[in-house]
Design a protein around this ligand. Structure first.
Ligand code: NAD
Length: 333
């Protein structure tokens, strides 16, 4: 039976990379009935909103979406569509694996990290206001409910993926109440999983240790903002944003998207790497229990990365987005 999946091309480089990934996914033989819907900056004039109601309805109905990046204006304009989407659909867990792939040059060669980021609160709640003309205040929200939920998700995923350690990342030495609550929830959850090693790390020390010895870490669980920043750091450890996939998981729906944004300066040039969104698609196939299709794509990706002929600029090659997708399709068994 065909899976019905909502397909959101997105802004900037979104349409090129998502369509390239979709071609590869279709070529794997999996049966997907894509429901394409528009969202983002580009449709503001057409719908009067960057996130029309029917987009949310489509994801709710289908339960699964593959999404390109969406632009958020800096310092002004509408609220982040990504944040709204995650909040509206209660996509409480953001999973961002950072795994070394053969053929991608980086400082480290054997990294296998999983970043589990809380996805609904913290400074991302977007509660802020001016205090007179010369000051502004943003409110950091941390709740027991969301912290317990994300910590349980991290430990459950560690068990499911046969991982050994969960590190809770925080700044509870300074934010004793908010990060203190997050840490308390992590400690309590850890007690229920004695088979998984538990460790705590202050976020600044975590950054230093990750760039020095990333092999010492396994699953990291973090509040929203630290999770966002540390996952880009981890993307850098394995070859950059062009190869960093992500999944937003809720109880009713899951939205798969790359870690990177809409990179407007590269839009329309058939230049950027389609792998981050394709690897997000592979996470989606696993979620849909289409393991052999996911594996087939991974084998083809590894073959293409192995001979370095048909990769995009960020991996040292000189082919375009769609040519890299063609090469992956060609290398499929
Ligand atoms: P970005 O991730 O879009 O791009 C930063 C740089 O990373 C690019 O200039 C490019 O050099 C590199 N890069 C990104 N994707 C690549 C790819 N596939 N292949 C090769 N190189 C790649 O970050 P930004 O410029 O800070 O943000 C642009 C817009 O994207 C902003 O509006 C931001 O809010 C939005 N954004 C959206 C999401 C999302 O939709 N989930 C995530 C992050 C940022």
């Amino acid at each position: 039976m065909a899976h019905k999946v909502t397909f959101i091309p997105g802004d900037g480089i979104g349409p090129e990379i998502t369509n390239a990934a979709r071609r590869v996914i279709d070529a794997s033989g999996v049966s997907i009935n894509w429901e394409e819907v528009e969202a983002g900056e580009a449709i503001m004039n057409k719908y009067g909103t960057p996130l029309p109601e029917h987009v949310l309805e489509s994801i709710k109905q289908n339960g699964t979406a593959l999404k390109g990046p969406l632009t958020t204006p800096v310092g002004k304009g509408f609220r982040s569509i990504n944040v709204t989407l995650r909040k509206e659909l209660e996509l409480y867990a953001n999973m961002r694996p950072a795994k070394s792939l053969p053929g991608i040059e980086s400082r480290f060669s054997d990294i296998d990290l999983l970043i589990v980021r809380e996805n609904t609160e913290d400074l991302y709640a977007g509660i802020e206001h001016n205090v007179g003309d010369d000051a502004a205040e943003s409110i950091k929200i941390i709740t027991r409910k969301a912290s317990e939920k994300i910590c349980r998700f991290a430990f459950e995923t560690a068990v499911k993926q046969h991982r050994k350690k969960v590190t809770a990342v925080h700044k509870a030495n300074i934010m004793k109440l908010s990060d203190g609550l997050f840490l308390e929830c992590a400690r309590k959850t850890a007690e229920e999983y004695p088979e998984i090693e538990f460790e705590e790390m202050i976020v600044d020390a975590m950054c230093m240790k990750l760039v020095q010895a990333p092999e010492n870490y396994d699953v990291l669980v973090l509040p929203n903002l630290y999770g966002d920043i540390v996952s880009d750091l981890c993307a850098g450890l394995v070859g950059g944003l062009g190869v960093a996939p992500g999944a937003n998981i809720g109880t009713e729906a899951a939205v798969f998207e790359p870690v990177h944004g809409s990179a407007p300066k590269h839009a329309g040039k058939n230049k950027v790497n389609p792998l981050a969104v394709l690897l997000s698609g592979v996470l989606m196939l696993k979620h849909l229990e289409e393991h052999s299709a996911g594996e087939k794509i991974m084998q083809a990706v590894k073959r293409v990365l192995g001979n370095k002929q048909a990769v995009t600029y960020d991996l040292g090659g000189n082919v375009g987005t769609s040519e890299m997708a063609d090469a992956i399709i060609e290398k499929m068994d």
